[in-house]
Each structure stands twice: as structure tokens, then as C-alpha cells.
Write a protein that binds this ligand. Structure first.
Ligand SMILES: Nc1ncnc2c1ncn2[C@@H]1O[C@H](COP(=O)(O)OP(=O)(O)OP(=O)(O)O)[C@@H](O)[C@H]1O
Length: 482
């Protein structure tokens, strides 16, 4: 998150949820779940009570935030019977870390389902291991196995040596919650050392947030998502990540003299789409990033993009259609309407933010410019009228591939639809971007976007049109900017 992040009060509302299709295009059984939202911080409150009562059994927690709906408890091969054995073999690192962080101060337990979600039957684990990995890269325990963690616990001294005592010359980035330093490990590996600051937060909240980010990032394994090398909880909290030599997309696109060529923009669009598809569909438990922005896209060697900053990310158990959070945190200009108005967290809020990111790649404009103009509000009518020349970044002149540009415009246009159910899911977006399916085909097949359907309620849906949405967006912008 950046300086333009925004917090809004929670909407007190009963949300009805309809279960649409999940992994495939066919409809799934429908169900209605009512989630009364109280004025309290549901996100933190319930996890607080869980954390205080479940120290010994935390590895069994199924929900990232300790919010377990009993209806969501049945999980396939990663079931409860394997959890204890897994915790013994694989949980030691976590235990040490958690002990280090002083248990009683931990409010949110988002990191802990990692182990519960990670152990797999040997067969499914082998399927998941990469080409260059074998069973030697796993820890086994009879009918279960877990991949050996590739990350390690650093001492503060090691990190100080790597970063030349956290010298200002090695400071490569500063976010709202962290300072990031470039570091060099003794084996010659370049790393980014992210020192969590969050000065405004209490220690226990900072630790909880750190565990949450660590738990998620340690779980993911994809070329288009940040890779964890290690962590340190000595005195300060640090994440050690793969270093991104080209910095963030925001810097390259908005703060650089250099023109970002169309070919690279297209490559970045596909990479991030594949990274999100992985988070939403290929992780053992789906992850909603909640803060997809140009600042949170890092560029590795060959400009391979990586989704970074999992500080706001949420795990959603398979059977939860969505989750409601408060406070609503995110980056202004990228937030989907159902998120900024109701605090609803589900895959389609990442799809919306990704649509804004695509608009940035097309136009070279920021999500919110210096005159507080929202890119979505500016671009929507131009997209609807296919005004390509007016949309495209003037710095590109005519140097772009027209077929690719059309695909990116089409994906952007459907991703920023004001109704979540009309946005394609990330699998479909990857197909649209690669030219394997047109938006029309996606709409025809799924009657909209595909994926789980979320209805605010029938009345909202009937009355909610693009104009109302743009008005809401404007009002939201004004409030946030004030
Ligand atoms: N792995 C990395 N390699 C190189 N630079 C990085 C890396 N990670 C972060 N940075 C730089 O540091 C900046 C801040 O990092 P990051 O966004 O993770 O911090 P944050 O405080 O969590 O951000 P936010 O304000 O979004 O919460 C990034 O925008 C980027 O410029």
C-alpha cells in the first residue's frame, strides 16, 4: 500500500451470497449465507478470541484469520488427521518463530494455516513439485508429505552485514508499512530486505500482520509472485525476498524518462494475469491479494513481473464465497465498488484492480492522477466506444501491436465492470489476453464473468447500473481525498 491508501468504515449490512461456478464454467449448487456485519472489527476480533484459546492447536486452524465457518471444515487430502504429524515434522520452524514473536501478543493467526493447507498426499505433492524437484525435496510422514521449506531464519546480524548496516545507500524503496533495502548474502545472492515499520500500529498488531504476510508468502511458489528467501524476527521484523533489479512497475511507467515498450507492457500484463490465476485457483487455499497496484508489481530479470506485497492478502477457505473485512484497506483508484462500499473480499476485487492495472499499461496514466481524476472514470466511455487512439499512451506513438492492444483493452473493459459477476475470472482473462478466447465467447459461455457469484441483494442489483456506479466512485473519491 502506498500513501494514497484509504480506510473507510464498515457497512452494516446483511449480504446474500449466491454460489456460482467455481473452477469450471458450469454452475455450482446455489446457497445463501447470511453474514451479519457488526460494528466491531470482525476481521480482528474473532481471530483474537481464537488466538487466545488455541495456542496448542493453532496448526489445525483452517481459516487464515482464525475465522472458521464450520461448513468449510471438510477439506480433501489436507484433512485434520494429517495435521498433527505434519506439525511435528514441518512446524518446528514456525513454532520457533512464533515463540520468538511472543505468543500472547499475536492477534491475527493468518500465518498458521500454512501448515494445515500445505501437507498433501504423496501423490498430489509429486504432481505439484516442479520439474527439477523430487521426493528428496520433501519431508515425508507415511501417507502425507510436505515440501521442504526453502526459506530460512536470518539473524539481525546477518541482515545488517548483507545491507551494510541498513545503509541509506541500500534503501531501494519505502512503502506505507516497510522500508526495503538491497542486500547481498555471503553466497552472492542479491536480496531485498523488507523491514516492517508500521509505526502507527501496536506491537501485537504489527506482529500479527507480519505473520499474516509471512504465512502467505511462504506458501506461494510461482514465477509471477514474490519469492520468500527468509525472515528475521530478531528485534525488528524482516522479510527477505528475491531482489527485483528493475524495481516496481509504477516507477518504470510513471517516474521514468525511459519509455516502457509495448512488448514489455504486454508481457507484464500476461505475467500478472498468470500470477493472479495461480493465487486464485492453483494454490491449495485461494488467496485474494487485495492490493494489486503498479507499485506492487516488481520487475525481475528480463522484466518478468512479480506480484509483491502480500500485506493485505487474505486466504479464503474453499467453501466461503467471500469474506467481509473492516477496516477497508487498499489503494485508492484500484478498489472494486463492492469492496469499497461493503468490504466484500473475493476473487473479483483482484480482477477489478487488475483491470485498472491494464488501463495503466495501455494509457500510461496513473490510477488517480494529480488532479484527482480516476483512470476508470476517464477510460470507461472511451473503452465502450473503442477509441483506441485516444486511450493509448501517446509516448508509444504507433509502436504497438494492434491485436495485442485490442485484447488488453477488451480484458480491461470487462475486468472493471461495476458488477462483480460480470467480470471474467482470472482463467478467462488469461485466455482473452493470449487470444485463446474472445470476451464475447467468455460472456456467451458463462453468461457473464464466470467464477463464484456474489449478489449484494436483488434490489441492489436491479438498481445498480454503470451511472450509479460512476456516481458512487466519484463520491468515494471525494471522501477519500478529503
Ligand atoms: N523484492 C524487491 N526488490 C526490489 N525492490 C523492492 C522489493 N520489494 C519492494 N521493493 C521496493 O520497495 C517499495 C515498497 O515495498 P512494499 O510495497 O513491499 O512496501 P509496503 O510498505 O508493504 O508497501 P505498502 O505501502 O503498499 O503497504 C516497492 O514499491 C519497491 O519499489
Amino acid at each position: 500500500m502506498n500513501g494514497d491508501s484509504h480506510e473507510a468504515p464498515k457497512n452494516e449490512k446483511v449480504i446474500e451470497i449466491e454460489d456460482g461456478d467455481d473452477h469450471e464454467d458450469q454452475s455450482s449448487p446455489r446457497g445463501v449465507l447470511e453474514i451479519p456485519v457488526s460494528g466491531s472489527d470482525s476481521d480482528n476480533q474473532s481471530s483474537l478470541s481464537r488466538s487466545l484459546s488455541s495456542r496448542g492447536s493453532s496448526f489445525n486452524d483452517k481459516s487464515p484469520d482464525g475465522e472458521v465457518d464450520s461448513a468449510t471444515e471438510e477439506e480433501g487430502s489436507g484433512g485434520a488427521e494429517v495435521v498433527n504429524s505434519s506439525a511435528t515434522a514441518h512446524g518446528l520452524q514456525w513454532r520457533n518463530l512464533v515463540d520468538n514473536l511472543k505468543w500472547k501478543s499475536i492477534k491475527r493467526l493468518s500465518a498458521l494455516p500454512l501448515m494445515a493447507g500445505y501437507e498433501l498426499s504423496r501423490k498430489s505433492l509429486m504432481k505439484r513439485l516442479g520439474k527439477n524437484q523430487s521426493i528428496e525435496d520433501t519431508i515425508e510422514g507415511g501417507n502425507w508429505a510436505v515440501p521442504k521449506p526453502s526459506w530460512r531464519n536470518f539473524t539481525l546480524e546477518e541482515l545488517a552485514t548483507a545491507t551494510d548496516n541498513f545503509s541509506s545507500g541500500n534503501l531501494v524503496g519505502r512503502g506505507g508499512h516497510a522500508d526495503v533495502y538491497k542486500g547481498l548474502l555471503p553466497d552472492g545472492q542479491l536480496v531485498a530486505v523488507k523491514r516492517i515499520t508500521k509505526k502507527e500500529k501496536k506491537d501485537e498488531d504489527r506482529v500479527g500482520d507480519f505473520l499474516s504476510e509471512l504465512g502467505i508468502i511462504a506458501h506461494i511458489n510461482h514465477p509471477n509472485a514474490a519469492r520468500l528467501i527468509g525472515f528475521s524476527s530478531d528485534t525488528d521484523l524482516h522479510l527477505v525476498l528475491q531482489f527485483a533489479p528493475h524495481g516496481s512497475l509504477a516507477t518504470l511507467l510513471h517516474n521514468s524518462e525511459e519509455r516502457l515498450e509495448w512488448g514489455l507492457r504486454f508481457k507484464i500484463a500476461i505475467g500478472i494475469a498468470e500470477g493472479l490465476q495461480y493465487l486464485h485457483y492453483e494454490c491449495h487455499r485461494r488467496i485474494i491479494h487485495r492490493d494489486i497496484t503498479a507499485s506492487n508489481v516488481l520487475l525481475m530479470e528480463d522484466y518478468q513481473p512479480q506480484i509483491s506485497d502480500f500485506g493485505l492478502a487474505k486466504w479464503l477457505p474453499e467453501k466461503w464465497i467471500h469474506h467481509i473485512v473492516s477496516p477497508i484497506e487498499g489503494t485508492f483508484g484500484y478498489m472494486a465498488p463492492e469492496y469499497f462500499m461493503h468490504g466484500i473480499v473475493h476473487e473479483k476485487i483482484d480482477v477489478f484492480s487488475f483491470g485498472v492495472l491494464l488501463l495503466e499499461l495501455i494509457t500510461g496514466r496513473r490510477a488517480v492522477d494529480s488532479s484527482r481524476q480516476s483512470l476508470v472514470i476517464w477510460a470507461k466511455p472511451l473503452l465502450e466506444q473503442s477509441k483506441m487512439k485516444e486511450l493509448v499512451d501517446p509516448r508509444l506513438e504507433d509502436d504497438y501491436e494492434i491485436t495485442e492492444l485490442k485484447r488488453v483493452m477488451s480484458a480491461a473493459s470487462s475486468s472493471i465492470h461495476h458488477l462483480p459477476n460480470m467480470r471474467p475470472n482470472m482463467k478467462r482473462i488469461v485466455e482473452i489476453l493470449k487470444g485463446e478466447r474472445s470476451t464475447a465467447e467468455v460472456n456467451q459461455k458463462t453468461g457473464g464473468g464466470g467464477g463464484r457469484a456474489v449478489l449484494l441483494d436483488a434490489c441492489d442489483l436491479d438498481n445498480y447500473n454503470s451511472t450509479t456506479y460512476l456516481k458512487d466512485l466519484n463520491r468515494h473519491m471525494e471522501l477519500a481525498m478529503e
